[in-house]
Ligand binder design. Structure first.
Ligand code: DLL
Length: 433
């Protein structure tokens, strides 16, 4: 089922007309209501009347994650007065990234999530188990709103308490499961440990995302659980889940371009790359009111394909995310920036600015080890003092990242030095296929 044929199957000409109108309106809105953007427009000599066609988007400035960080908490909100819901995701240093939704934005989110669910094969009346985290993370509530919009029966289990997830699945027989791909694998181990046969599961469709996962992981999930597994992509800054979703053709993720206008650029030059070539995904939120973003640099690497899909939709499809332009990693569903660790270490005396994040997956659970080089003076201290330092660093990092890490203090000059960009992350999971 196609949820909204008018938008998902529109011709390119129709879509260009709509996008052009929407972009013009957005620029006028930002010009009138958003001090950061109106200042930038003025500096760059951009007048609202200059933006008449969607192709004029190239005249507009980019927005980057640092803009959100620098405007913490609410300075980038264009309609703070009518904001009705607030979510946060990880920031690059001490403060989280804050995003706000007006009532209209929540309607938009419900709409794109209903399209997402339909893309994966959901039908009104189906039951969906939403095992993404509910709360500040956008996964749980995003799926919840979409399920309500479509008329599904929602089972809002949130993530964790795996035994109960499995019991409710066995007793209520939901047709759909939505969670991170690593949690789908973790539940598999748990099911087997409980002596359950995963092939008897009721889940026919899984909608997995919020972190990278490879094709071999997809095969493993599909074969073990006996379900079809689809990729879902999104980010809090744009809306949360609901930006792009695979259909049963599994040939890329359909991007909702009537509302999230995509560009794929060379991350260094900022110029658009040819269709099908890899580059950084840049998104403009054409219709958002609370915190609309112009040309937001997602730092996610993709390629884009504008051919009509065999499912009948004309929405462009992005590839699976093939990497990042920065060194952000996702650990147990949480976005982690090495700069957050650095921010903590800079405040602790005796820890040299040399550190390394080593991430691995053991029994389908992510583990993050943070190696911290301490200076010579510290290293010759008593063991007791070193332990005290280790637990202080651990507590501070746990607090900033929101996950449990292991800290390993290492001797001076243990961590490899680099002549160019320092290597801060060793990721042994091999997630990008
Ligand atoms: O992860 C929103 C979401 C929730 C998407 C549930 C899908 C399902 P953030 O926490 O802001 O938002 O993280 C966004 O996660 O820029 C990507 O780097 C990464 N990411 C999200 N989906 C995928 C995916 C949510 N399917 C960041 N594959 C993004 C690879 C993904 N990476």
């Amino acid at each position: 089922m196609i949820w909204n044929k008018a938008f998902e199957c529109a011709s390119r000409t129709e879509m260009r007309k709509l996008q052009s109108e929407r972009l013009g309106k957005l620029v006028r809105y930002l010009w009138a209501k958003n001090p950061l953007y109106s200042k930038r427009f003025a500096e760059q000599g951009i007048k609202p009347g200059m933006i008449r066609d969607i192709r004029d988007i190239k005249k507009l400035p980019f927005t980057v994650k640092e803009d959100l960080r620098d405007s913490y908490p609410f300075a980038l909100f264009t309609d703070y007065k009518n904001t009705t819901e607030i979510h946060v995701s990880s920031g690059t240093t001490g403060n989280p990234t804050v995003v706000g939704y007006t009532k209209e934005d929540l309607k938009l989110w419900s709409e794109v999530m209903a399209r997402t669910l339909a893309l994966a094969g959901a039908h009104p009346g189906d039951m969906i188990q939403v095992a993404y985290g509910y709360g500040l993370f956008t996964g749980g509530l995003g799926f919840h709103y979409g399920a309500l919009e479509m008329g599904l029966k929602v089972l809002p289990t949130s993530s964790g308490v795996t035994k109960r997830q499995l019991k409710l699945m066995a007793d209520f027989r939901p047709r759909l499961l939505a969670c991170t791909p690593s949690y789908a694998l973790y539940m598999l181990d748990e099911a087997r440990a409980l002596g359950l046969d995963p092939r008897n599961s009721s889940w026919e469709i899984g909608i997995f995302g919020a972190e990278p996962w490879s094709d071999p992981m997809r095969r493993q999930i599909e074969e073990a659980w006996g379900m079809a597994a689809y990729d879902v992509y999104g980010l809090s800054e744009i809306i949360g889940p609901g930006v792009a979703q695979e259909c049963p053709a599994k040939c890329g993720l359909h991007l909702q371009w009537d509302v999230f206008f995509p560009e794929v650029i060379d991350p260094v030059s900022g110029q658009e790359v040819a269709d099908g070539e890899r580059g950084e995904l840049v998104i403009t939120t054409l219709t958002k009111r609370g915190i609309p973003l112009l040309r937001y640099r997602t730092r996610d690497l993709v390629s884009i394909n504008y051919d009509r899909c065999s499912c009948g939709r004309t929405t462009p499809r992005i590839s699976k995310i093939v990497g990042r332009t920065d060194d952000m990693i996702i650990v147990r569903g949480i976005n982690v920036f090495p700069s957050q660790v650095e921010y903590v270490l800079l405040k602790i005396e005796g820890t040299a600015p040399h550190y390394l994040l080593v991430v691995d997956r053991k029994n389908n659970l992510d583990v993050l080890e943070v190696w911290v080089e301490v200076d010579q003076k510290m290293f010759s201290d008593e063991i007791k003092q070193l332990h005290a330092l280790e637990s202080r660093i651990k507590n501070e990092i746990d607090g900033v990242l929101g996950i449990d890490v292991t800290v390993k203090l290492v001797e001076p000059r243990t961590i490899e030095r680099s002549e160019g960009k320092a290597k801060r992350v060793i990721d042994k999971r091999g997630l990008y296929s």
